[in-house]
Design a protein around this ligand. Structure first.
Ligand code: SAM
Length: 157
């Protein structure tokens, strides 16, 4: 049993015992978060998002409205790591919300995972809000399932 399996075993069991459709969907998402056997559309979408993350990590320009915070640092310090983002992705695929609302866009990584999940299930949209006083950091603060997930940061040079 892996470390991930041990960490999720108890909450997963509690959710399964709860037994409501939502609890079972979340339990299923937890069970599948470390899954390596992705379908081709999932694999391609996640690869594109992670390529975008890699590009952001190479970007040392400042985010909009900041003289100190670089795109690199905002991405490295605050974006969901792959494991958490994969759980979020699985949750959205399991629950299939019509509307998902995210507080805290940052560079758009978690938003891109949610939009990918919404797109793969064909219906639903994401509204993601950034409360940083300098304004949103990602230009695509509202996205539809037909939109390409974008994590393009707004730069100040
Ligand atoms: C941990 S980061 C979000 C990371 C992003 N969800 C991801 O995983 O890619 C938190 C973000 O929330 C923003 N924030 C903080 N307080 C907020 C609020 N009250 N409303 C909306 N955004 C807020 C911050 O500016 C920051 O960009």
């Amino acid at each position: 049993m892996s470390v991930v399996d041990v960490e999720i075993a108890a909450p997963r069991q509690a959710l399964e015992e709860h037994g409501t459709p939502l609890a079972l969907a979340i339990a299923d998402a937890l069970g599948r978060m470390a899954e390596t056997d992705l379908d081709p559309d999932e694999r391609a979408g996640i690869a594109a998002i992670e390529a975008r993350r890699a590009a952001l990590l190479e970007d040392n320009s400042f985010v909009a409205g900041s003289e100190t915070l670089t795109v690199h640092d905002a991405t490295r310090l605050a974006s969901k790591k792959v494991r958490e983002a994969r759980l979020l992705f699985r949750l959205v695929r399991a629950i299939k919300p019509k509307v998902a609302i995210e507080l805290g866009t940052n560079m758009g990584i978690s938003g891109a995972y949610q939009v990918l999940a919404l797109k793969l299930d064909g219906d639903g949209r994401l509204i993601t809000l950034e409360g940083h006083p300098a304004g949103r950091r990602s230009p695509r603060a509202r996205s539809s399932p037909t939109a390409t997930p974008s994590t393009e940061p707004t730069r100040r040079r």
